[in-house]
Design a protein around this ligand. Structure first.
Ligand code: COA
Length: 143
């Protein structure tokens, strides 16, 4: 399963937005706003592929010199639980380390906390609501 960085505005980026809409937004009755996508221009965009099909995606947004935020982690519905997410997160951590970041942080959906805990992330906040559902902050030291 090739995992690679993709360019903002590319064909792969359009696939990514479509996948994120299907998995992360539509089930909540929400959609992306153009301004939200414009803000991703400087992010590190990551996709997992099988030939031309995107199996999963995530992105990394700089917080400061030391920390980067994992966002928009999504795997195709029929492929969840088969290792795609863990492989992609491992790749994202390596990219973040190579870029000099020391901490990964995220706003994790409550329903995904168990997934991140398996990969050594720790909950570091109380629960809060974001895009209508419960989240909490999770973090991991990368080095
Ligand atoms: C959460 C998500 C990204 C995980 O990716 P995935 O490919 O399904 O996960 P993997 O198959 O790599 O799972 C790795 C391990 O975590 C476990 N796991 C996966 N999803 C889990 C969840 N939601 N809760 C608890 N454990 C989970 C798996 O059982 C597996 O355990 P094992 O190593 O003991 O076999 C994916 O299921 C998904 O897209 N979910 C819907 C969208 C979502 O919630 N995104 C996260 C937003 S913060």
């Amino acid at each position: 399963m090739p995992i690679k960085q993709i360019d903002h505005g590319s064909k792969e980026y359009r696939q990514m937005v479509e996948l994120r809409n299907e998995i992360l937004r539509k089930p909540l009755g929400l959609a992306f706003k153009q301004e939200e996508l414009e803000r991703e221009k400087d992010d590190i965009l990551i996709g997992a592929f099988e030939e031309d099909k995107m199996l999963g995606c995530c992105l990394l947004t700089r917080v400061d010199k030391n920390s980067v935020r994992l966002r928009q982690m999504a795997v195709q519905n029929n492929l969840q639980g088969k290792g795609v997410g863990a492989t992609m997160l491992n790749y994202a951590e390596n990219v973040a380390r190579d870029a000099g970041y020391k901490n990964m942080v995220m706003h994790a959906r409550k329903t995904a906390v168990g997934f991140y805990e398996k990969l050594d992330y720790k909950v570091t906040s109380d629960e809060f609501e974001e895009i209508t559902i419960p989240h909490c902050i999770m973090e991991k030291r990368l080095c």
